[in-house]
Structure formats: structure tokens, C-alpha cells
Design a protein around this ligand. Structure first.
Ligand SMILES: NC(=O)C1=CN([C@@H]2O[C@H](COP(=O)(O)OP(=O)(O)OC[C@H]3O[C@@H](n4cnc5c(N)ncnc54)[C@H](O)[C@@H]3O)[C@@H](O)[C@H]2O)C=CC1
Ligand SMILES: O=C(CO)COP(=O)(O)O
Length: 328
């Protein structure tokens, strides 16, 4: 809808013939955005060739588990001069690769400078209402970042640029873990102090892993870091928060995922981040606690007790060790 607002002809690819037919006939997508009338310049198709062949920009927003396969299908039709923007928040489950790495691998002949990641605090339900939203586009080439900014920016959707592709992808993926934890905390009946603690200490471990993976720690102070963390931990639209809330109230993971009926990226991302914390030797106690709750049957309440009972430590090792501020 942002692209349509900017007067682009948008061809939406969907796997479901029924959904394509509904969008073209009624301009509604009743399963996912039932209260929204889509603009006339959005049409839907089940043919990926039709969606991609003549497009100057391709926006891929499949769930992370579908990214490799979707890009494989796009490959034969992608114009070399097209931008390829993705807005997916997660890692590939087995390889632990970031989405832009998966995309690059599947498009060996395409200019990788034209790959963009779009992220930030942006629930679809609010964007379609044209509620003021700010996001960030990251690319390794400045010209590409400007082109993506130009394509998407408008009066209700303000787009910033950032050269830190890995930081923007890592921030967008890891905040979903903390949102699961925030929902769980609320579901357990804990208060605002607990949620603020999870968000702040969650951001510390996101930045720690991100830096170890080559990202700039400053990116996590931006829209793809703290911005998206705030919205996902506090918004009623967040699927990750809602899933966490149900878990906190005692529901089983399978039941939660079935009830949601929409992608809850934080679950798979918890497994990936747990593995990445081992690979990069980075301490991530909140991620580890959620891993135990999600996959090893630990009670959420016990996980909170363990987190609170950890050996007291410095707030930021970097500050404690810096030559700038010394302990007496
Ligand atoms: N909903 C939101 O406000 C935002 C979502 N995102 C990210 O966008 C991605 C997709 O999320 P949503 O669209 O919200 O999820 P959703 O659950 O609302 O819709 C997912 C869509 O992907 C399709 N799908 C499922 N498996 C697929 C596969 N293997 N290949 C191709 N298509 C497949 C489903 O049929 C469905 O149409 C996620 O990574 C999410 O984190 C990012 C920013 C905002
Ligand atoms: O990333 C999002 C908003 O920026 C969407 O979050 P949820 O997947 O938790 O709904």
C-alpha cells in the first residue's frame, strides 16, 4: 500500500488463487487485513513471472523459512536493473544465515549492490491506515539505499538510510525473541518494571551478538534496534508479544502457534540465536532462558527466577573497562 500510495503499479504475488481472486475482485485481503480497502493500483497474481518480469523493484516479504525458495522462483524473471528489497525478520534455520546472504546465494548473477533490507517499527495494520511510521533501508551501496528511500518514502512513511546491512537484519530478527519474553512476562502477571528490564537487557544482548557478527553497535540504538524492540514488546498488533502472552498464561507452544495462524518468527529465531550465541561465544541469558522455556519444557516462572538469580554483574562491560571512566 505504501508503494501504491506513491503511484506505483503494484503486482502482488500470492500462492493462493482464492486470495488473488478476492483482491482483484473486491480490493480486500480478508484473511490478513480485513478492515482495509486496498488501492486500485494493486493487483494480485499467482504467477511470479507476471509479478516480477516488468518490475523496477521487487519487495520480498515471505517468512524467513520461505525466503530461499521464493528467491529461487524470482531468479529467472528478475531484471538486472531492478531493486530487490526484503522486509523479512529472521535467520535461515539450519544455516543461521541472514536473509541478504540467502538472497545473494540464490542470485549469483545479480548485482548484490542492489539488495536492500527494509526494517523498523512498522506493524502492517497501522501502515495501511497511513499512521505515521518510520523505517530504515540498508544497502551496501549508497546509491541503492537512496533509490529504495525514494521508492518508499512519503508523508506518512518516513524512510531513513543506513549502510549497516547486517545490523539492520540482526536487530529486526532478534527483537522478536525479546518480544516473546515481554509477552510472557505480561502473561505471568509481572509489571512494567519487568518488561522494561527485559527490553533493556534484551537490547544489550542483541547489540553484543550483533557486534560479534560484524554489525555496528550504534545501529541497535536506531529504528531497526530499539525502535522495533519497543513496538514489538508493547503493541497489541505484535504476534510475537501475543504468542509470548499465551505462553506466559500456561498454553503449550503447539497450541499457541496453531491459534495464531500467522508467522511468529521469534520462535525459530530463538533457536537460531541460541546457536549463534554458542558459535560467537556471546553471553545471551534472556535468549537462553527463552530457549529452555520454548524447547526444553522449562516453566516460564522458573526461567525468570534463574535470570534474577544470576551472579550480579556490570551493566556494560565496555563502560566498566573503559579508560575514560575509572572506578575509584
Ligand atoms: N506483519 C508485519 O507488520 C510485519 C512483518 N514483517 C516480517 O514479514 C515477514 C512475513 O510476515 P507477515 O506477512 O506478517 O506474516 P503472515 O503470517 O501475516 O503472512 C505470511 C504469508 O506468507 C505466506 N507463506 C507462508 N509460508 C511461505 C513459504 N514457504 N513461501 C512463500 N510464502 C509463504 C503465507 O501464506 C502468508 O500469505 C516476517 O518475517 C515478519 O517478521 C516485517 C515487518 C512488519
Ligand atoms: O516486526 C514487526 C513490527 O515492526 C511485526 O512484529 P510481529 O511479527 O511480532 O507482529
Amino acid at each position: 500500500t505504501v508503494l501504491a500510495s506513491n503511484n506505483h503499479e503494484v503486482v502482488l504475488w500470492t500462492r493462493s488463487g482464492q486470495q488473488a481472486e478476492e483482491i482483484n475482485r473486491t480490493h480486500r485481503n480478508s484473511r490478513f487485513l480485513k478492515d482495509t480497502v486496498l488501492p486500485d493500483n494493486i493487483t494480485a497474481t499467482t504467477s511470479i513471472e507476471e509479478a516480477v518480469r516488468d518490475s523496477r523493484g521487487v519487495l520480498v516479504v515471505s517468512p524467513s523459512h520461505g525466503m530461499r525458495e521464493v528467491v529461487r522462483q524470482i531468479r529467472p524473471w528478475l531484471r538486472p536493473d531492478s531493486l530487490l528489497i526484503h522486509a523479512t525478520k529472521g535467520f535461515e534455520a539450519d544455516s543461521l544465515k541472514r536473509m541478504s546472504t540467502v538472497i545473494s546465494e540464490e542470485l549469483p548473477e545479480y548485482d548484490h549492490d542492489r539488495i536492500v533490507v527494509l526494517s523498523g517499527p512498522s506493524h502492517a495494520e497501522e501502515v495501511v491506515q497511513k499512521s505515521p511510521t518510520t523505517v530504515v533501508v540498508a544497502a551496501q551501496c549508497l546509491e541503492t539505499a537512496y533509490a529504495a528511500q525514494d521508492l518508499l518514502n512519503n508523508s506518512y512513511f518516513r524512510v531513513y538510510t543506513n549502510p549497516d546491512v547486517s545490523g539492520v537484519e540482526i536487530g529486526g530478527a532478534l527483537k522478536n525473541i525479546i518480544a516473546l519474553g515481554a509477552g510472557m512476562s505480561d502473561g505471568l502477571g509481572f509489571g512494567d518494571n519487568a518488561k522494561a528490564a527485559l527490553m533493556t537487557r534484551g537490547l544489550a544482548e542483541i547489540a553484543r551478538l550483533g557486534a560479534a557478527m560484524g554489525a555496528s553497535p550504534l545501529t541497535f540504538a536506531g529504528l531497526a534496534g530499539v525502535g522495533d524492540l519497543i513496538v514489538t514488546c508493547t503493541s497489541r498488533h505484535s504476534r510475537n508479544w501475543r504468542a509470548g502472552h499465551m505462553l506466559g498464561q500456561g498454553a503449550a507452544l503447539e497450541e499457541v502457534l496453531e491459534t495464531m495462524g500467522m508467522v511468529v518468527e521469534g520462535v525459530k529465531t530463538t533457536k537460531a540465536a541460541y546457536a549463534l550465541s554458542g558459535k560467537y561465544q556471546v553471553e545471551m541469558p534472556i535468549t537462553a532462558a527463552l530457549y529452555e522455556v520454548l524447547f526444553n519444557g522449562k516453566q516460564a516462572k522458573d526461567a525468570v527466577e534463574d535470570l534474577m538469580g544470576r551472579v550480579p554483574t556490570h551493566e556494560m562491560e565496555e563502560v566498566a573497562q573503559s579508560g575514560h571512566l575509572r572506578w575509584n
